[in-house]
Write a protein that binds this ligand. Structure first.
Ligand code: PRT
Ligand code: ZN
Length: 211
């Protein structure tokens, strides 16, 4: 029996996810043109997916475990359990407005149009603060929305801040701090749980060695 793990096929979490497995002493071939691969020295199958699909696959048990950003887990609202934060993929989900605009508090978003790829998280954030705004879901290049008149504000992931800067925007609210998480399906069998424990033991050793 193998433990099935979903990781990002390509993108910001792919290399660090592969590196973590390598540092855990698990040998797998690179997945750029593959859908899945099997480790040669640990009972682990690795599936390569788009990060957005990973919560669903783990909830459904297509994969037993997965590595995905906390931002994606919260947005998708799937029933998966968090096993461990992994210390990479760090970013924040923030609201930004044109740097020329005056911004005092979240109340300034009242009645405004906010472009984002994270409508669920943004909606909850605004509701908790009793602010009503128009959420426009767009899937990419969110940061150009204010410049082309599509929105008054955006909510997007930020790490260095240079994308906001280059688009004449300033960060005004941090909604969420996120990093990559190891998540697991709720229906693992005892043998799968045991394999997961072995894997977690190795991950913890890697984390300790790095801190
Ligand atoms: O193809 P697939 O759907 O799998 O990938 P994707 O394009 O949806 O995601 P990807 O690879 O961009 O990001 C995967 C995960 O990395 C995210 O879900 C976050 O958990 C994490 N992460 C960490 C980031 C960033 N940092 C980040 N800076 N994801 C995206 N960004 C983008 C941001 O959207 C913005 O466009 O980078 C830009 C801002 O970066 P700075 O450095 O200019 O602030
Ligand atoms: Zn994605």
């Amino acid at each position: 029996m193998n433990l099935k793990m979903a990781i990002q096929k390509s993108g910001r979490l792919h290399d660090d996810s592969m590196r973590l497995l390598r540092e855990c002493g698990i040998k797998i071939s690179n997945g750029i043109n593959q859908l899945k691969t099997t480790a040669s020295n640990f009972p682990l199958e690795v599936f390569f997916f788009r990060d957005d699909d990973i919560p669903q696959y783990v909830e459904d048990g297509v994969a037993d475990i997965g590595i995905v950003g906390e931002n994606v887990i919260l947005e998708k609202g799937k029933k998966v359990k968090t096993i461990a934060p992994l210390g990479f993929g760090k970013c924040r989900l923030s609201v930004a407005v044109s740097k020329e605009k005056e911004y005092r508090s979240v109340q300034d978003l009242q009645g405004k149009r906010i472009a984002t790829s994270y409508p669920v998280i943004v909606k909850r954030f605004l509701e908790e603060r009793r602010v009503q705004a128009d959420i426009h879901e767009i899937s990419g290049s969110v940061e150009i929305a204010p410049g082309i008149g599509l929105a008054d504000a955006i909510c997007d992931l930020v790490s260095s801040g240079s994308t906001l800067f280059m688009n004449g925007l300033k960060e005004v609210e941090v909604i969420l701090k996120s990093e990559a998480l190891l998540v697991g399906s709720n229906g693992l069998t005892p043998p799968q749980e045991q394999l997961l424990q072995q894997l977690c033991f190795r991950i913890n050793a890697v984390k300790r060695a790095q801190s």
